[in-house]
Write a protein that binds this ligand. Structure first.
Ligand code: G6P
Ligand code: MN
Length: 438
């Protein structure tokens, strides 16, 4: 059997490395067709041309297509890999800069930025999932689209019975990659135990193939210095983030936090280190975006990927490994965002939690976590309140729910600040958000 894959958000900077991983995994995941689906065909054109050359060079008889039409892109697909960015990097820039004006964290998925992005992202994700279900009712949809916490809370409400829609995030895996490199082992040989909400979780254990927990050793290493994956070392923002991970581990005794918790534990410091006129979105536009353009042009001009500098990344590898575990019934462990339903026994039943799951041809089966300590539970209940109210605000066009969501967010807290930020966000997102009614 050969599979047909649609990449939603085909114009993403992550597409080429993902295709490269698909080429490398073809013996485990045989492919007959790859469709790049994107609303912006112009932006996707270069990536499409480079993809055709790469696929021709590294695989046999694979059709590569580009489309902005659901009926074409989602026709008889087996997998959809979703990585859309509603509003593009231009809107990410606003998500980051508006909160910073009020001395609040300006981040694409955390705080007010994540809130704004969520209100743009959810309607697009819902539309795409509906499109896929219309033309390929049984396709596996593996979704990376951010802010994953808000997106997962929404997909749970819109598609409560969809057993083939999987929400994931690559951050814990990137963190684990850094741990594996420091230990001198392959990441795939480590089995994580982890719980939380998306971008709001903790590692509790990290088992090697013999069942030995290596996390105590990692914790010690983190206290002595930063551990980060090689692929992010040339990016100074990520270097800072991983340095801060070590600070968090030293400051707060307990489980090892996801790097994103830095925004909730050190909001003041996070604001102070920012250049309010040049944020992460600017850096991504100036660096990764240009690099992808350069690689695409090189591949097109030289008709080969050899010498292009194209490198695979954790983002692509993780999603391809997940698909591989499904089709080959591998029963491997992946972190997935799924409905709690008692997995964390003393936490909201309805919440979408990120936990280890066994993945096979029937889908995913979460592992039991049990009770969590007061500190984590209290933080998560508060954050889940924010996530829930954000989706309520969107579904009911409800200004008050939106304001309450922002008040609950640890990066904001003050009612006046929440009101001001919300006012500006409404203006900035006039072409994207529904009209919020008071
Ligand atoms: C990690 C997170 C993603 C996020 C990305 C941002 O991979 O898991 O959710 O989108 O980082 O990276 P960037 O380099 O675009 O700031
Ligand atoms: Mn993520």
């Amino acid at each position: 059997m050969k599979y047909s894959i649609a990449i939603c958000g085909g114009g993403s900077t992550y597409t080429l490395p993902m295709i490269k991983t698909l080429c490398d995994y073809q013996h485990k995941l045989p492919i007959k067709r790859i469709v790049l689906y994107d609303i912006d065909l112009e932006k996707t054109a270069l990536i499409y041309e480079a993809t055709k050359i790469m696929v021709e060079e590294l695989m046999d008889g694979v059709k590569v297509e580009i489309s902005n039409k659901p009926e074409k892109a989602f026709d008889k697909i087996d997998f959809a890999f979703m990585q859309i960015r509603s509003g593009g990097l231009k809107m990410r820039e606003k998500d980051e800069k508006i909160p910073l004006k009020y001395d609040c964290v300006g981040q694409e998925t955390c705080g007010a930025g994540g809130f704004a992005y969520g209100l743009r992202s959810v309607p697009d994700v819902i539309d795409i999932v509906n499109g896929i279900r219309k033309y390929s009712p049984k396709a596996w949809i593996i979704n990376y689209s951010n802010p994953a916490a808000i997106v997962a809370e929404a997909t749970k409400r819109f598609f409560p019975n969809d057993k083939r829609l999987i929400n994931i995030c690559d951050m814990p895996i990137a963190i684990m990659e850094g741990f594996a490199e420091a230990l001198g082992v392959k990441r795939q040989s480590l089995s994580p135990r982890y719980f939380g909400l998306n971008h709001f979780g903790w590692f509790t254990n990290l088992y090697d193939e013999k069942g030995v927990d290596l996390l105590p050793k990692i914790k010690k290493m983190l206290k002595d210095g930063s551990l980060m994956p090689e692929e992010l070392k040339k990016d100074k923002d990520w270097v800072n983030t991983f340095n801060q991970l070590s600070v968090m581990v030293k400051d707060i005794e307990g489980h090892i936090p996801n790097t994103y918790l830095q925004y909730y534990f050190y909001p003041k410091k996070m604001v102070e280190k920012e250049d309010k006129n040049y944020t992460r979105a600017n850096a991504v536009m100036d660096n990764r975006l240009k690099e992808v353009e350069r690689i695409s042009k090189y591949v097109i001009d030289n008709k080969t990927i050899k010498g292009s500098g194209l490198e695979e990344g954790v983002h692509g590898t993780y999603i391809v490994e997940l698909a591989t575990s499904i089709i080959n019934n591998e029963n491997k462990t992946f972190l997935i965002i799924t409905k709690n339903n008692g997995i964390i026994s003393n936490f909201s039943k309805d919440a979408m939690v990120e936990v280890p799951c066994i993945v096979n041809s029937n889908g995913w089966e979460p592992m039991h976590i049990g009770e969590i300590d007061t500190f984590y539970k209290a933080l998560m209940e508060n954050q889940y309140g924010y996530e829930k109210l954000t989706v309520d605000a969107l579904i009911n066009n409800d200004y008050d729910a939106a304001l309450k969501a922002l008040i609950l967010n640890r990066t904001i807290v003050n009612v006046d600040t929440a009101k001001n930020i919300l006012g500006e966000m409404i203006e900035a997102n006039i072409n994207y958000w529904p009209k919020l009614r008071k």
